[in-house]
Design a protein around this ligand. Sequence first.
Ligand SMILES: [Zn+2]
Ligand SMILES: [Zn+2]
Length: 828
Amino acid sequence: MAEYHPQELDRKWQAHWAKTRAFEVTEDPSKPKFYCLEMFAYPSGHAHVGHVRNYIIGDVVARLKRLQGFNVLHPFGWDAFGLPAENAAIKGGIHPETSTLGNIAHMKGQLQRLGISYAWERELATCLPDYYHWNQWLFTRMFEKGLAYRRRSTVNWCPVDNTVLANEQVIDDGVCWRCGTPVVQKDLEQWFFKITHYADDLLQAAEGLSKWPEKVLTMQRNWIGRSEGARVKFPIQGANDSIEVFTTRIDTIFGATFMMLAPEHGLVATFAKESEDEKAFLAKAQKFRAQDRAGRLTGEVEKEGFFTGRFAINPYTNLPIPIWVANYVLGEYGTGAVMGVAGHDERDFDFAHKYKLPIIPVIRPPHGEPPAEGTFYDTMPDDVLFNSGRFDGMKADQAIKMITEDAEERGIGHGTVQFRLKDWGISRQRYWGTPIPMIHCPVDGIVPVPDEQLPVVLPKVAEFTGRGDSPLASIPEFVNVKCPKCGGPARRETDTMDTFVDSSWYFYRFADAHNTKLPFDPKKVAYWAPVDFYSGGIEHAILHLIYSRFFSRVFHDLGMIDHKEPFTHLLTQGMVLKDGAVMSKSKGNVVDPDSMIEKFGSDALRLYVMFVAPPEKEVEWTDTGLEGSFRFLARVWRIADQWRDEASAASRTIIKHGELSGAERHLRRKTHDTIKRVTTDIDVRQQMNTAVSAMMELVNELYAFTEKGERSAQAAKVAREAIESLIVMLSPFAPHTMEELWQMYGNADGLGAALWPAFDADVAKAEELEIPVQVNGKLRAVVKVPPTIEDTELQKIALAEPNVQTHIAGKTPKKVVIVKGKLVSIVV
Ligand SMILES: [Zn+2]
Ligand SMILES: [Zn+2]
């Protein structure tokens, strides 16, 4: 008897797959394609079990699709630029390139030891020039089309270190992560991508993403945030200036009793300067800016504000209203200024209540009492205006139209569509990213680096101080260049790109990973794209998944791809918890896959992670669960081994289902029913856990069948069908063990040549029971019914039998006795 040593099988089959290039593919128009992709990894150092869950989900799908005859592209790569490596370099002195490449090597080994079926020959790392070359190429195309542009924008600035800080580098209520100095805001020229150009399209096309989780689509809709409304100018009292607000409810303008500025608003600095204590004023605004943005917006952060000492004039009531700075108004939304209508906006009501500002309702129900001053009234569609001068009595929706028109006539406002989505600021004053391929010439302005001079390679930097200018700005050989246009002295751009640029199109690069002429050959992408199955964390519901949809549109408009949506089917997997918390190094609750593989082999780990819960749900890690999966695989191994000689000698010729014994029929039915369930569970519902349960049931049936001791030629055929189907179906979960068993059963070509088992729907159907029907103790009929039948239904069928009808002879039965599964007895 062969013993089960999974670690040996891991090594044997991983070496075999590598040697035979088992998962490498090329375009093959004769086969249907399937592009299976998991979000690539940030090379943080060590992958823990929470990370690898996603890769195993993808691998189950990829392996299933191969067995179903698809030409499967399943690549992997590294999102290798980013701040953590640079921060580590500042703290520990290890160059980001050294640490990143080292981490990649380690994590690649981890994934390979799990036997994930990646086409490793297409591996890419975004920090290497052969990849970021094409970020630069694309940036230049976007610059030419006006989709990349420069404007002034604020950054976090440490006045002691004289350096720009990322949001993550601003800690503990707004101080520098290095020196603890309060962070200030500074205006700098920055690069932006014009994603707003596609705002409407991104929103509308989201309706067609039928295989995306609704939750993700909702988050995207909210992020894009389209709203129809109006912009209106409120003059500032005692100044030759005005504040423009955006509102969706201009019909409530007579109720605007105060004005709120975002702490980011440009006038905050002006008002501060004109105030009695500029420093204190700015400190208050800065405190709000340092608060969590999402929390400010949702109200998780308590609403706070302060009076600027200034007033604006409500252009409809002509009354002065106080101007406040409020933390729940965001600079990037609308105009960064909001009119406070406490009578009808709940958040404004809370704010006004807290700071004792006037609350004047202006909308009322068409009948009955109008809401009183100082109260909140939630408006309804049929409501009408009051306290609103000549618009009194007008329905609210009509008033929106009329007041907008009026504002337009007076030249103080206009109707507009507003998006919450803003252009994407991609400038980073940091080292470890793609250099922006632009040159600043005193004569010609901004000049792109010519294509033939790309890539602009990131120069080596010897020392990372975290102080002063961007590290690139301190390298004269990098900065000082000749202008490509006039040949005069010019200065190279020293900002690098946001790393989200790298991840916005990597899925196209995989289709043609080594192209040195273009980001990719459009023909190759036309074959492989879009991605058929994409999985990753819900934390990417916005940003990455919107930026990728944006880049697809850019490539589409460059004529390089024929579709606009990059991901057809999206799955967002749940996290793996240990001791009730998300795994993290700092909490010390990380489970390292390698130590689990050493104990139980990679297949047990893979199977456990899939069996423990549906992929999109959170799971709690337990070592006992992993052991259970190991025991199950050993059980599969033993039963396959027991049958090996007889079953592999048995022919696969068609089994005549009707001629089998009861036990054989039963096992065969279970086999076909299991194929049906597993196929649907993985392929249609992506419920890997129930697929595994179904296979566990089949294994139980196999043991029961074996214990019955049937060893005929027929029995061997039925066992072979069951065991070989099981091997193939389990192979996406436990590929190493199943390759070995498949070989043991005499299949020399390996699972690469195997096909997913087909099921016979008739065989898979539950067996029918034959139930005798007696009338007054005498057998009068036999009915065939499914075993799950209800008593009332069985009684109806029995009574409807012609021979039963004859013997009842029109009388009403006195009694009907049903013995479950055995007998129907009718007494007349
Ligand atoms: Zn500092
Ligand atoms: Zn020039």
